[in-house]
Design a protein around this ligand. Sequence first.
Ligand SMILES: [Zn+2]
Length: 288
Amino acid sequence: MRIHYLNCVSTCPLGGALMDGRSFASLRGRLTCTCLLVETEKSLVLVDTGFGLRDVADPRSRLSKFFLFLLRPALREEYTAIRQIQRLGYDPRDVRHIVLTHLDFDHAGGLDDFPHATVHLLAAEKAYAEQQQTLLDRMRYRPQQWETRANWLGYGQGAGGSWHGFEDVCALHGLPPEILLVPLAGHTYGHAGIAVRRRDRWLLHAGDAYFYHAEMEARPRCTPGLRFYQWMMEKDRRARLENQERLRELAATGSQVQVFCAHDEIEFARLTPRPAIERRSRPAHAFS
Ligand SMILES: [Zn+2]
C-alpha cells in the first residue's frame, strides 16, 4: 500500500513558541493537520480530513469564532485534502473510505468534499458529538460539517481484537486488514488512532491523543500552551493520560510501530521529506 502524507491546512495558534516550541519571533505558532492518503488495491482511503473547501469558502458559518481566533487556520483552498489529492494526480471520487480519529472541526471539515465515501469511526464519537451538550462541545463539534451526509459506519466496544497491547481494535468493513481503528479515548469519548501497515512496519496516526513530539519521549515534555489546550479539550483525563503512557511504551519499541499525532510539524517532517506545505503534481492514477 502506498501512503501519502498530507497536511490539510496548518493552524497558527495564539501563543507562538508557547504552543509549538519553535515560533519565538511570532505571537502565533504553527501546527499541522496531518492526514494520510492510503492507496489500497481497490480504492483510496483518507485518514482524517482536516479543513475542507466549505471551511475555506465561508469559515464563519462553519467554525466557531472562538477557535477561529485561537487557532487562525491558514484557510487556503490549495491546502485542502481534495485539492492535494488532485495535485497528486488522483480522482477524488476514488476516495471511497474515510477513517476518522474523531469529529472535532479540524479533523472533519473535509468530509463533505467526498460525499460518496463511507466514513468509519467509533460509534461513541458520533453519538456524543450529536448531543451538543456543552458550550465547548458546540464550538468543537460543528454539525454543519457533517450532519447531512450519509454512509456512516460506527464501531462499538467489544467489537475488535488486540493489537500491540491495545484492546477492542477494529478491522474496518470493506478495507484490508492493514488498516485498523484503535480506541484511544480521552481527548474525546470516542477518540481513536488509525493504524496502517506499511511493509513490515506499522504507522499509528494517534490523532489528538497527544500534541507534541516530546510527549512520546521517556521523559515526556510538552509546551505550556499545548498542555493547556489538551487540558481544555479533554473529555476523560484519566483515559487520556493512560493512553499517552501506553503510546509512549509503544513508541519506545520504535522498530515495530511509528507513532505520530495530528498536529506536530516535527513529527510530520519525520514521516515525509515533503514540506508540510507543497504544490507538486504527479502523474494520474486510476481505479476501476
Ligand atoms: Zn485536532
